[in-house]
Every structure is written in structure tokens, then in C-alpha cells.
Design a binder for this molecule. Structure first.
Ligand code: SDX
Length: 394
């Protein structure tokens, strides 16, 4: 109570908007992209089909699929000058710091797709960002490890291209492992959109000012970086590695006690969700993908995966988590899969951003296409001083 209003802290975190793109039923643990269950998309489609669906509202037919795949793969290269932009960073810069800069910088190169109110500009910008994000993420990685950048190869799949740009070198041919390629493509699908999460709301609010599409997506990249949001996969893996370093499974109980101590501020990373009060359907698919990748790489006895399964088992039997409806979310296993593929921990959120770019764009397009949309302007409940005069203070 401020004497003026009854302040509801949840007010701003629950502002609603209307959308026809993604549906989540948090109680049922259901996730639909344009009406299709995530379980079907993740097992029967590929990421570019899912991009087409999110952008256009329908899955592509054979001709549309071929054209869209060709269009995206034709735009995977970035302007050569982007390398000079990278050189301004320290080698140990966090990839998300680099990516936030690189995505925003795209607006300096493509003047034919910067008018957010022009549908054709938005369409071109969408293709360019979906196509170039993997190249930019791989460049941020290569810059950090001091290896030469790998140019994209248009005969490869979207996920295969990313794997080669990440782990290939000019010294030898890179052979794409189909199991890892499929796993990565599925990770992209699972992260493609998720209705009005923090970064999507950021993109909508930023785009509502009429700024260019690249700047609006760069704002989404910056917001996703936070450990309570897209940075949770990196934080979750760091948490598992910390527990492992302290003794592994035997130390899980001790860690759980710390989590349950409100004063510790310690969260079980990869658990809980603003909307899901049941299992995050993406977490189950991510665990299956984890099993497939670890089996392919002969890592079934990966200690971190075994530790993660033990953490999940203990949490799902512990009243603190059960009573609060805290279940594993998409980030709980995604870090283990990416680590097994060879992606460094500090690049997990970059991969998340790469995958979520299409969702951000679809949501931005939906807002801008609504003739009724206006610039976002959340209201506030004022809780400061009532009017007073300086004279009285002297
Ligand atoms: C993503 O929004 C999206 O859709 C995001 C995302 C997407 O695809 O865009 O799904 C991606 O961001 C997934 C979430 C990744 N974040 C993490 O894994 C970080 C750890 N999780 C938490 O920080 C937390 O669960 C949130 C932020 C995700 C949700 O926090 P809320 O809204 O406070 O959760 P809640 O209201 O359900 O919490 C109920 C209780 C509270 O305790 P009490 O006040 O009732 O005593 O559970 C506690 C919370 O403090 N709690 C946790 C916890 N999450 C909530 N306690 C320990 N560990 C946790 N992880």
C-alpha cells in the first residue's frame, strides 16, 4: 500500500497480448506452433519447415519447401566487412556480447530491408537473419578460439552447415555426422518460438517504435542472454559441473538443501517456468535427443548426464519442487546435448538465439501487420513522493 494505489508487482510481468502463432497450455504441458504439437514437428519436420510454418501459418508443400530452403541457404554468407567488426572484441569476449553487436550491425549493410513497415523489407530481413545467424554464431566461436572462419556451403543442410562452420577447418574436409545434424536441427525446432516470453516481448516492444527489424532482433538477443531466460542452459550446465566438482551424485542432497533455503538465492537451474506448471514438453524431447547423441558418441555413461538424471529424479520426489510445480524445462538437458556435440558452454545461448530468431521475426511481423498496433507504452503505478515544493526543503 503506498497510500495512493495497491501495487501489484505482477502487473507488468503478466501484460497480455493477442497472437495466433504459438499456444502453450502450462497445466497440460502442451506446446503448439500454428496448431501443430511440438512432438510432431520435432519428429516429422525439419527446422526450415518449422520456420516456414511460423512465418506463413502453414507447413510448406514440396515446391514451397524447396524454394524456401534454397532461398535461406543462398543468403548464409555475411558481408566480408563483418570480420573487422569482430576484431574490435577481446578474444575472450562472451559470444552473446559479440552476437548482440553483430545482429544490430546487420542493419548497416542491408538498406533494402530496414523499413519495418514495408512487408517486402520485413520478408527480406527475415530470410537474411534466419540464414545469417548460424554464420554469425559460428564466427563468434571461431574468433574466440583463434581459428579461421569457415564459409557456409550451400549443399549442406541448415544444421549441417552450422556444424561445419563451427568445427570444420580449411585443413581438411569436414564430414557431417547425421545423428548430430538431426539432434541440432531438433534443438533448433524446440527453441524456435514460445509465445510471449521475455525476449519476444522485448522484440515486440522494440519493433513497435518503428526501428529496423535487425535492431529489434538484436534487442531480443540481449534479453535472451539473461540466466533466468535463455542463459539458463549455460547456468544449468555450470551448476551440474559445480556439483560434479564437489563430489557428484553424493552432493546433490546438499545442493538441494541450499536451493530450498530462501536466503541462499540459489535456484535449480533448468527447473521451473513462468507458464509450465507441468512438464515442459520440450524437456522430454530434449532428454530423448540427449540419449541419442550420447549413444552415438559412446558417452552413455557421461557422468554429467547421469548426474542430471539423478537431480531430476530427486527433485521430482521432493515436496519443495512438487508442491511448487517445478519441473525440468527446455534448458535442463539442452546444455548436456550441446556439450556432447562439442559446443562450448558460453555458446549455448547463442544457439538458442539462432533458433529463436524465426519466432521473434514471426511475432514482430504479426504485431506490425496489425493496422491497430501502436508503439508499446507500459503504464506504471506511481509509488513516489506526492507533489512538494523545493522551498520547503531549504
Ligand atoms: C526459458 O518464458 C518462456 O517461455 C521462457 C522460455 C522460452 O522458451 O522462451 O521457456 C525459456 O527461459 C525457460 C526458463 C529457464 N530459466 C531457468 O531454468 C532458471 C531457473 N528457473 C527460475 O529462475 C524460475 O523457475 C523462472 C524464472 C523460470 C520462473 O520463476 P517464477 O515465475 O518465480 O516461478 P514460480 O512462480 O513458478 O515459482 C514458484 C516458487 C517460488 O518460490 P515461493 O515464493 O513459492 O517459495 O518456486 C520457486 C520460486 O522462488 N522457484 C524455484 C525455481 N523456480 C521457481 N526454486 C528453486 N529453483 C527454481 N528453479
Amino acid at each position: 500500500q503506498t497510500g495512493m494505489f495497491t501495487y501489484d508487482p505482477g502487473f507488468l510481468s503478466t501484460a497480455a497480448c493477442q497472437s495466433a502463432i504459438t499456444y502453450i497450455d502450462g497445466d497440460k504441458g502442451e506446446l503448439l506452433y500454428r496448431g501443430y504439437p511440438i512432438e510432431q514437428l520435432a519428429t516429422q519436420c525439419d527446422y526450415l519447415d518449422t520456420c516456414y510454418l511460423l512465418l506463413n501459418g502453414e507447413l510448406p508443400d514440396a515446391a514451397q519447401r524447396g524454394d524456401f530452403h534454397k532461398l535461406v541457404l543462398h543468403h548464409t554468407m555475411v558481408a566480408e566487412q563483418m570480420q573487422f567488426f569482430l576484431r574490435g572484441f577481446r578474444r575472450d569476449a562472451h559470444p552473446m556480447a559479440i552476437l548482440t553487436g553483430l545482429v544490430g550491425a546487420l542493419s548497416a549493410f542491408y538498406h533494402d530491408s530496414t523499413d519495418i513497415n514495408n512487408p517486402r523489407h520485413r520478408e527480406i530481413a527475415a530470410i537474411r537473419m534466419i540464414a545469417k545467424l548460424p554464420t554469425l554464431v559460428a564466427m563468434a566461436y571461431k574468433y574466440g578460439v583463434g581459428q579461421p572462419y569457415m564459409y557456409p556451403r550451400n549443399e549442406l543442410s541448415y544444421a549441417g552447415n552450422f556444424l561445419r562452420m563451427m568445427f570444420g577447418t580449411p585443413c581438411e574436409d569436414y564430414v557431417v555426422n547425421p545423428v548430430l545434424e538431426r539432434a541440432l536441427d531438433r534443438i533448433f525446432i524446440l527453441h524456435a518460438d514460445h509465445e510471449q516470453n521475455a525476449s519476444t516481448s522485448t522484440v515486440r516492444l522494440c519493433g513497435s517504435s518503428g526501428t529496423n527489424p535487425f535492431a529489434a532482433i538484436a534487442a531480443g538477443v540481449a534479453c535472451l542472454w539473461g540466466p533466468a531466460h535463455g542463459g539458463a542452459n549455460e547456468a544449468c550446465l555450470n551448476m551440474l559441473e559445480d556439483i560434479q566438482a564437489q563430489g557428484g551424485i553424493s552432493k546433490v542432497g546438499e545442493y538441494m538443501e541450499k536451493v530450498k533455503d530462501k536466503n541462499s538465492g540459489v535456484k535449480l537451474m533448468g527447473f521451473g517456468h513462468r507458464v509450465y506448471k507441468n512438464y515442459d514438453p520440450r524437456a522430454k524431447l530434449m532428454q530423448e535427443t540427449c540419449n541419442e547423441v550420447l549413444a552415438e558418441l559412446g558417452l552413455e555413461n557421461d557422468p554429467l548426464f547421469k548426474l542430471a538424471k539423478e537431480v531430476e529424479r530427486i527433485a521430482l520426489e521432493d515436496d519443495y519442487f512438487v508442491s511448487r510445480k517445478l519441473y525440468p524445462n527446455v534448458d535442463f538437458y539442452s546444455g548436456i546435448v550441446q556439450r556432447a556435440i562439442g559446443i562450448p558452454v558460453n555458446l549455448f545461448t547463442g544457439v538458442f538465439a539462432l533458433a529463436r530468431t524465426v519466432g521473434w521475426i514471426a511475432q514482430l511481423n504479426e504485431m506490425i501487420s496489425d493496422p491497430e498496433y501502436k508503439i508499446g507504452r507500459p503504464r506504471q503505478l506511481y509509488t513516489g513522493s506526492v507533489r512538494r515544493d523545493i522551498g520547503a526543503a531549504k
